[in-house]
Design a protein around this ligand. Sequence first.
Ligand code: 5AD
Length: 358
Amino acid sequence: MNVVKSILTKTNFSKDDIIRLLKANEDEKQIIFKKAFNIKEKYCKNKVYLRALIEVSNICKKDCFYCGIRKSNPKTVRYEIPIQKIKDLIGFAYANNYSSVVLQSGENAGKGFCKKITEALMYTKQINRQTGITLSCGEQTTDTYQQWFDAGAERYLLRIETSNRELYHKIHPVDTKHCFERRIEALKTIKKIGYQTGTGVMIGLPFQTVEDLAADLLFMQNLDIDMCGMGPYIEHNDTPLYRYHEMLEPVQQRAGQTLLMIALLRIMMKDINIAATTALHTIDKKNITQAIYCGANIIMPNITPLKYRENYFLYKNKHSVNSVDYHLENLKNELNNIDHIIDYQSLGNSIHYLRKLK
Ligand code: 5AD
């Protein structure tokens, strides 16, 4: 039997197995994608859940070497969407049948910001207790995580970015604000508080190896995450990591490797939520349906008003699924081609999380 087919019959993959799968050729990839697709159909059905994405603020106290909204980028025009506007956007999401909203921001631990998120959460629960909320606002204190959980947030996404400590410190400044161990602690705290916990990595970073990517998948499995958002690294001219852009694989290849990572994670963690991310969409919008075919089950249309969105410039040509009807109609048709439907009724909670609660 072909090596890939034989590895795929195992219930648990070793690191070497994953490395081999990540080196799959085109024919072998199709076998892996098909297996991931069948697993997703069995555990998550042929349904896709939408999350309305609101990029609440690009103010950030961190200086990650890859990110366009890093503190030291003077070209970034900073904004914080006023609370009333955030409430209007949440109302818009609800009125347009999104059963779930994601509030994302740079890392801002100010008291005012923390209160604003709390107010937005309380408002959401007030207009409709059924709207699910995911937060993606970086590292915060345990008290803040708890306060937001108590105000109604049920999911938190904090990417580890890479599970290789050494690589982590190559792509971040080495100081207490950017500490690998603290980030892992934060993930554990989020989980302990009771959030559906999500993490993820960037794929195709300079210095990253196939061994690193295999370790990333095992890291997510060991942490027993409920959700994942991972995407290709895309260089940004005004960041320190840009100096390595010549050593990168072509973006299409980084996107292809991301699809393979999604498929392998689906095979390893059958009932978690996996997002088809904005960075994949930026490289080619066809990647969104392709990611769904490979095992993802979440799409995040961006409902941030354009005047703010253009300043949430994490990387080159950042582009996301648009919330306007025309784009959603197109998406619906593309999903239809792979026999998938958008589920507007359900909250789309992580089945993995619900199963653990029982
Ligand atoms: N390329 C791809 N993803 C990026 N992010 C930040 N900068 C980049 C980049 N240059 C991702 C990080 C972060 C998320 C909000 O955006 O993974 O966690």
